[in-house]
Design a protein around this ligand. Structure first.
Ligand code: B4P
Length: 192
């Protein structure tokens, strides 16, 4: 199996690039952000719990996210590979993912990390906020909080994968097409 993690701060383009990668390489797209937004839309108990965290720019608790990923795996037993978008975001999530993949006798192949200047990130999110209807996009203070949470809670995950020699940094500035070309060049070195 080819299992790719697309990593990077909020607004770095993970969702945008994921759509192009899954189309090109036939991977199953697992976006915890999308799964949480669907739960919120469906007004499930999980969605109501998650919304309170997301609206404040905080991460949803690990056990909630890990349970959701576990169920997604069960529903996609025949996948030839996964693209993990926005997951894992904490060290406990990274360890849980390793364990879930080990049960499937597979592992993470590669972690691609999009690097974008913070002012560009805020600019993109303010712009997205005008059309997305996402409550976590509406307020610049919430967006800055999300960048702070990323630095404190999520960046250590990059170090975790760097120790395993799986991390590769990708310049996330430029047009969507240019960034996709950079990501594809790395993927094609690893995918068989
Ligand atoms: P996510 O849904 O993962 O989304 P994101 O980090 O906000 O954005 P992404 O990087 O995908 O950016 P996008 O392509 O849209 O997370 C939402 C929230 O859910 C989190 O804050 C957290 O609370 C919760 N959550 C999710 N997963 C979790 C987990 N594992 N654990 C705990 N909590 C979790 O791009 C942004 C904008 O830029 C778009 O408008 C796009 O059009 C634009 N853009 C993209 N590329 C561009 C480019 N090259 N140039 C100009 N604009 C560009």
């Amino acid at each position: 199996m080819f299992n790719l993690v697309l990593f990077g701060p909020p607004g770095s383009g993970k969702g945008t690039q994921s759509d192009k990668i899954v189309e090109e390489y036939g991977l199953v797209h697992l976006s915890t952000g999308n799964l949480l937004r669907q739960e919120i839309k469906d007004k499930t108990p999980l969605g109501l719990e998650a919304k309170a965290f997301i609206d404040k720019g905080q991460l949803v608790p690990d056990e909630v996210v890990i349970g959701m990923v576990d169920s997604y795996f069960d529903a996609h037993k025949d996948a030839r590979g996964f693209l993990f978008d926005g997951f894992p975001r904490t060290i406990p999530q990274a360890k849980a993912l390793d364990n879930l993949l080990e049960l499937k006798k597979t592992a993470i192949t590669q972690v691609l990390m999009l690097e974008v200047d913070e002012e560009e990130l805020i600019k993109r999110l303010v712009h997205r906020g005008k059309t997305s209807g996402r409550s976590d996009d509406a307020d610049e203070n919430v967006q800055r909080k999300r960048q702070e949470v990323y630095r404190k809670e999520t960046l250590p995950v990059a170090e975790y994968y760097s120790r395993e020699k799986k991390l590769k940094q990708i310049n996330g500035m430029g047009t969507i097409g240019e960034i996709f070309e950079r990501l594809s060049a790395s993927i094609e070195k690893k995918i068989k």
